[in-house]
Design a protein around this ligand. Structure first.
Ligand code: NAD
Length: 482
C-alpha cells in the first residue's frame, strides 16, 4: 500500500482530501508515497498557528533555540545515509550527492545553532547630550518559505535554520516534485523540541498553497528560491500586498566558466565536467557557458568529450552511477527542446543529447555538449537547467571576461588559469555574486554568503552570518537618561 504523508500544522499531522503521488525519476514504477495537496484553508490554519507561536518563540531563550537546532543537526547527521537515499530517490541526484546534501543540511543546522548565541547589536554615541542609542535586531514574524525541487533538503535547511535561530515562525511549502525530504526535515526539527506552531509544513501546488501564503496578510516576509518567472511574480505580490512583505529571491543562472590558454587542462576539464553535468546539470550554479580561448579550445573540447563519454548515466541509487536521471518529464522536454533550439540556431551538437534506456523506465538523458556557440544564441542566454553546456570560443582574456559578463544573470562565475594576474582581475571584475578560481562554479561552503546579482537574486544574501540581514529587522532605540 502507498504510504500517505500529511501536512504538519500547529504541532499536528493534518490530512488533506487530495494527494499527489511522488514518483522516482530513476524508476517510474516506484511510487514513493502520496503527499498531501494542501489548500488555502490549510495555509490559513498554518499562518494562524505560526502567528500565535511567534510572541513566545521570538522572546525565547537563545539557549533553547540553540538546543533545538543542535539536536536536529545531530539527528540529520546520524541519519544522513537514510536521508540521502530519500532525497536521491525523489530527485534523481546520485546517492553520494544525496548524502552530501543531507550532510550539508546537518552542518547548516549546527552553524545556526551557534548563531543563536552570536546575535549582537551596537551601542552608538548620540549627537545629543544625555541620549544613548542602541541598535538591535529582532525577529520579523511569520515567514513564508517557497522552495524548488533541485536541493530538496539543503535549501529548506538553509532557510529554516536562520529563520528559527533568530526567533521567527514559519510556514514552508516545498516543491511538489520533492516533498519527502522537506517532510523529514520538518519532522526532525519538530521532534527536536520546537513548540507547537513554530514550524508548519503545507505541501501542494505553487498556484494554490504558494499563492495562499503570498496573499496572507499575516505573513511578514517571503523567502523564495526557484525560477526567475515565479520570482518576479512573487516580488510583485510582496510589494503590492497590504501590508507589504519583505522578500528574498534566489533564482536562476547562466554561469560562465572561462578557460584560458594557460589553464591546467586537467583542472579545467574537471571543473567543466563537474560544473556542467554533475547533479544532471540541475543546479542554479551549473556552468552552462564554457568560454574558452582559442589556443586551448580544441584540446579542451577533445579532453572534455573523452571524459563525458565515460560518464555512467543510470539509476541514482545504483552504485557507480555518476549522472542520475532528469527530474521529471517536463524538465526532460525542456532539455530536449533546447537541444533542438541549439541545433536550429547553428550551434554544433558535438556530443551527447540522446535519450537513454536503462533497466527501469526513467528520464535518462546523455549529457550534451555544444560547440561553435555564440553568446547571443538562446542556449547561451536562457537557463536550461539540464545536462546541456555550450562552448563559446574567444580570442583572449579580455573577450572572455566581456562574454562572461554579457548575461542577464550573475550567480556564479569561474575561471581556470595559472596566471595570478588574470585570476585577480577576474575575481575583481566578474559581475557575479560568487567567483571561483580553478574550481567548479557549483559547490560552495555553508558558512559564507550565497547569492548573486542581476536576474539571479533579489534581496539580502542567504547563508552564513549574512542570513541575519533577511531574517531579522533592525531597531534603533534612543534613550534620554536625564
Ligand atoms: P519554480 O519557480 O517552478 O518553483 C519554485 C517554487 O515556487 C515551487 O515550490 C513552486 O511550487 C512554487 N510556485 C510556483 N508558482 C507559484 C506561485 N504562483 N505562487 C507561489 N509559489 C509558486 O522553480 P523550480 O523549477 O522548482 O526550480 C528550478 C529553478 O530554481 C531554477 O531556475 C534554478 O536556477 C532555481 N534555483 C536557484 C537557486 C539559487 O539559490 N539561486 C538554487 C536552486 C534552484
Amino acid at each position: 500500500m502507498t504510504v500517505q504523508f500529511s501536512n504538519f500544522i500547529a504541532g499536528e499531522s493534518v490530512s488533506a482530501s487530495q494527494a499527489t503521488a511522488n514518483i522516482n525519476p530513476s524508476n517510474t514504477h516506484d511510487v514513493i508515497g502520496e503527499f498531501a495537496s494542501g489548500t488555502k484553508t490549510d495555509v490559513d490554519a498554518a499562518v494562524a498557528a505560526a502567528k500565535a507561536a511567534f510572541p513566545a518563540w521570538s522572546r525565547s531563550n537563545p539557549q533553547m533555540r540553540h538546543d533545538v537546532l543542535k539536536k536536529a543537526s545531530d539527528e540529520v547527521m546520524a541519519r544522513k545515509e537514510e536521508l540521502g537515499r530519500i532525497l536521491s530517490r525523489e530527485e534523481g541526484k546520485t546517492l553520494a550527492e544525496g548524502i552530501g546534501e543531507a550532510t550539508r543540511a546537518g552542518q547548516i543546522l549546527a552553524f545556526f545553532a551557534g548563531e543563536t548565541l552570536r546575535l549582537n547589536g551596537e551601542v552608538v554615541n548620540s549627537i545629543r547630550p544625555g541620549v544613548g542609542i542602541e541598535v538591535t535586531r529582532e525577529a520579523l514574524g511569520v515567514i513564508g518559505m517557497i522552495t524548488p525541487w533541485n536541493f530538496p533538503i539543503a535549501i529548506p535547511a538553509w532557510k529554516l535554520a536562520p529563520a528559527l535561530a533568530y526567533g521567527n515562525t514559519v510556514v514552508i511549502k516545498p516543491a511538489e516534485l520533492v516533498p519527502h525530504s522537506a517532510f523529514m526535515l520538518v519532522d526532525i526539527l519538530n521532534r527536536a523540541g520546537l513548540p507547537k506552531g513554530v514550524l508548519n509544513l503545507v505541501m501542494g501546488k505553487g498556484s494554490v498553497v504558494g499563492q495562499a501564503i503570498l496573499d496572507h496578510k499575516d505573513v511578514t516576509a517571503i523567502s523564495f528560491t526557484g525560477s526567475v518567472g515565479t520570482g518576479r511574480r512573487i516580488a510583485a505580490a510582496c510589494v503590492t500586498s497590504s501590508p507589504m512583505k519583505k522578500v528574498q529571491l534566489e533564482m536562476g543562472g547562466k554561469n560562465p566558466l572561462v578557460v584560458l590558454d594557460d589553464a591546467d587542462l586537467d583542472v579545467a576539464v574537471d571543473c567543466a565536467l563537474n560544473g556542467a553535468f554533475f547533479s544532471t546539470g540541475q543546479r542554479c550554479t551549473a556552468s552552462s557557458r564554457l568560454i574558452v580561448t582559442e589556443g586551448i579550445h580544441d584540446k579542451f573540447v577533445a579532453a572534455l568529450t573523452a571524459r563525458m563519454q565515460g560518464l555512467v548515466v543510470d539509476d541514482a541509487l545504483k552504485s557507480g552511477t555518476q549522472i542520475g536521471p532528469v527530474v521529471d518529464p517536463g524538465q526532460l522536454k525542456v532539455d530536449e527542446d533546447y537541444i533542438a533550439i541549439g541545433r536550429a540556431e547553428g550551434a554544433k551538437l558535438h556530443w551527447g543529447g540522446e535519450r537513454l534506456n536503462r533497466e527501469n523506465p526513467g528520464y535518462y538523458l546523455q549529457p550534451a555538449l555544444f560547440t561553435e556557440c555564440t553568446n547571443q544564441m538562446r542556449i547561451s542566454r536562457e537557463e536550461i537547467f539540464g545536462p546541456v553546456a555550450g562552448v563559446i570560443r574567444v580570442k583572449n582574456y579580455d573577450e572572455a571576461l566581456a562574454v562572461a559578463n554579457d548575461t542577464d544573470f550573475g550567480l556564479s562565475s569561474g575561471i581556470c588559469t595559472t596566471s595570478l594576474k588574470h585570476a585577480t582581475h577576474y575575481r575583481r571584475n566578474s559581475e557575479a555574486g560568487m567567483v571561483m578560481v580553478n574550481l567548479p562554479t557549483a559547490g560552495v561552503d555553508y558558512h559564507v554568503p550565497f547569492g548573486g546579482r542581476k536576474g539571479s537574486s533579489y534581496g539580502p544574501r542567504e547563508q552564513g552570518a549574512y542570513a541575519r540581514e533577511f531574517f531579522t529587522t533592525v531597531k534603533t532605540a534612543y534613550t534620554f537618561a536625564g
